[in-house]
Design a binder for this molecule. Structure first.
Ligand SMILES: NC(=O)c1ccc[n+]([C@@H]2O[C@H](COP(=O)([O-])OP(=O)(O)OC[C@H]3O[C@@H](n4cnc5c(N)ncnc54)[C@H](OP(=O)(O)O)[C@@H]3O)[C@@H](O)[C@H]2O)c1
Length: 324
C-alpha cells in the first residue's frame, strides 16, 4: 500500500505495483507474510510529517516473513524473521507490501514458540506492552501491591497490556471508551472494566483518592494526568501514547508526596539485546492463552478503509495484515 500526496495537499492510500528495486538499499530482503496495523501506521499513511517526511511512501512499522536474499552472514534465505520499530514504516519502506529491505541489525529471528502470524498479533503493540510492563516490574511493581489500571484498554497496546498483566497474576482494571467491548476485555484478562470518563478527572486537584497500585497509560493528556494523581504510594505509571493528547499537565506532588514513578516507553529504539529478551518472554512465560483470539486478519486491499477507523479510535484489539 502506498500513501501519496496530491497537489492540493491531501493524502490517499492505494494498493500499487512496485519493483523490488524501488526499495532502499539495505542488506536483507524479506518477503513479508504478515504485518499489523498500528496507530502510527495510520499517521504515516495520512501525511503526518512527524512520522514520515517524504511521500509517496509504503507504511507499516511491523513485518514478519522469510528472508529472500541476504548480504549479511547472520541471515540466510529461508530464515523466518520479524522486524518491529527502528525506522521501518517511518522513512524506510514498511510492511504494507510484499517485500521490505532492511539492515540486518533490525531483524529478530522468529521466536520458536510463535508463528509468523502470532509475531504480528503482538507486533509493535504487544512488544510495547511488554516493554512498559517490564519497566514496571523492574521498578518493583508486584501483583501483591494491588490492582493495575490499563487505559485505552480496547486498543492494540491496551489489550495486550491487559492480557500480559493478567498472565503475570495481576488484577487488572481496564478503562475503555467502548462499553460494548467490556465482555471481551473480561475474557482477555480484565478483572473489572470502567468507563473512560472515570479516569478523566476535571476537579483540578493536584492529588486524588488513590485507586490503583500502578498503571499502563496508552492515551496521554488529562487521562495520564488523572492516572498519575490517583496512583498509590510508590506505584509506577508506564506511558507510551498520545491518542488523547501529547500535553501533560501535572504538579510535582504525585512524585514527591506519593513517590510515583512515571516511566516512558519507546519501543522503536529498544536495544537488540533487550528486544530479544522480551520476545523470549512473549513466546513463552508472558504469552496470553488466547493470543490468537486477540486479532482480526485483513488483506492489503482492506487497509485504506481501516486507516481512518484507527485514527478515530474505532478499532479494537490487533489488526493483522495478510500480505502473502
Ligand atoms: N512509545 C512507543 O513505543 C509506542 C509504541 C506503540 C504505540 N504507541 C502509541 O500508543 C498509542 C496507542 O497505540 P495503539 O496502536 O494501541 O492504538 P489503537 O489500537 O488505536 O488504540 C488506542 C486506544 O485508545 C483509546 N482512545 C482513542 N481515542 C481516544 C481519545 N481521544 N481519548 C482517550 N482514549 C482514546 C481507544 O481505546 P478505548 O476505546 O478502549 O478507550 C483506542 O482503541 C498511540 O498513541 C501510539 O502512537 C507508542
Amino acid at each position: 500500500m502506498v500513501a501519496r500526496e496530491s497537489p492540493d495537499g491531501r493524502f490517499s492510500q492505494k494498493i500499487e505495483e512496485r519493483q523490488v528495486s524501488d526499495l532502499p538499499e539495505n542488506e536483507v530482503l524479506i518477503r513479508v507474510k504478515y504485518s499489523g496495523l498500528n496507530y502510527k501506521d495510520a499517521l504515516s499513511a495520512s501525511g503526518n510529517r512527524g512520522v514520515t517526511k517524504k511521500y509517496p511512501f509504503q507504511p507499516g512499522i511491523d513485518a514478519s516473513g522469510i528472508v529472500e536474499d541476504s548480504g549479511n552472514a547472520l541471515f540466510r534465505p529461508g530464515d523466518e524473521v520479524l522486524v518491529t520499530g527502528y525506522d521501518l514504516g517511518m522513512n524506510t519502506d514498511g510492511g504494507f507490501g510484499e517485500y521490505i529491505r532492511v539492515p540486518a541489525e533490525w531483524i529478530v529471528p522468529r521466536p520458536q514458540g510463535l508463528t509468523l502470524k502470532a509475531c504480528m498479533i503482538y507486533g509493535t503493540a504487544g512488544f510495547t506492552a511488554a516493554l512498559g510492563i517490564d519497566k514496571m516490574l523492574r521498578m518493583g511493581q508486584t501483583p501483591g501491591d494491588g490492582e493495575v489500571l490499563v487505559t485505552g484498554a480496547s486498543g492494540g497496546v491496551g489489550s495486550l497490556a491487559v492480557s500480559i498483566f493478567s498472565r503475570l497474576g495481576f488484577s487488572v482494571i481496564a478503562a475503555t471508551g467502548k462499553h460494548e467491548h467490556s465482555d471481551h476485555l473480561m475474557r482477555i484478562g480484565a478483572n473489572r472494566v470502567i468507563p473512560r470518563e472515570a479516569v478523566d478527572d476535571d476537579s483540578g486537584r493536584p492529588l486524588l483518592r488513590t485507586r490503583w497500585a500502578g498503571a499502563y497509560d496508552t492515551v496521554g493528556g488529562n487521562i495520564l494526568a488523572t492516572v498519575i494523581k490517583a496512583c498509590k504510594v510508590h506505584g509506577s505509571v508506564a506511558c507510551c501514547g498520545n491518542v488523547r493528547s501529547y500535553n501533560l499537565e501535572t504538579t510535582i506532588f504525585p512524585f514527591i508526596l506519593n513517590g510515583v514513578n512515571l516511566l516512558g516507553v519507546n519501543s522503536a529504539t529498544c536495544s537488540m539485546e533487550h528486544r530479544r529478551k522480551l520476545w523470549d518472554l512473549l513466546e513463552d512465560k508472558w504469552k496470553p492463552a488466547h493470543l490468537d483470539a486477540m486479532a482480526k486478519t485483513i488483506e492489503l486491499d482492506d487497509l485504506p478503509s481501516y486507516i481512518p477507523r484507527i485514527l478515530e479510535g474505532k478499532t479494537t484489539g490487533r489488526i493483522v495484515v495478510n500480505t502473502g
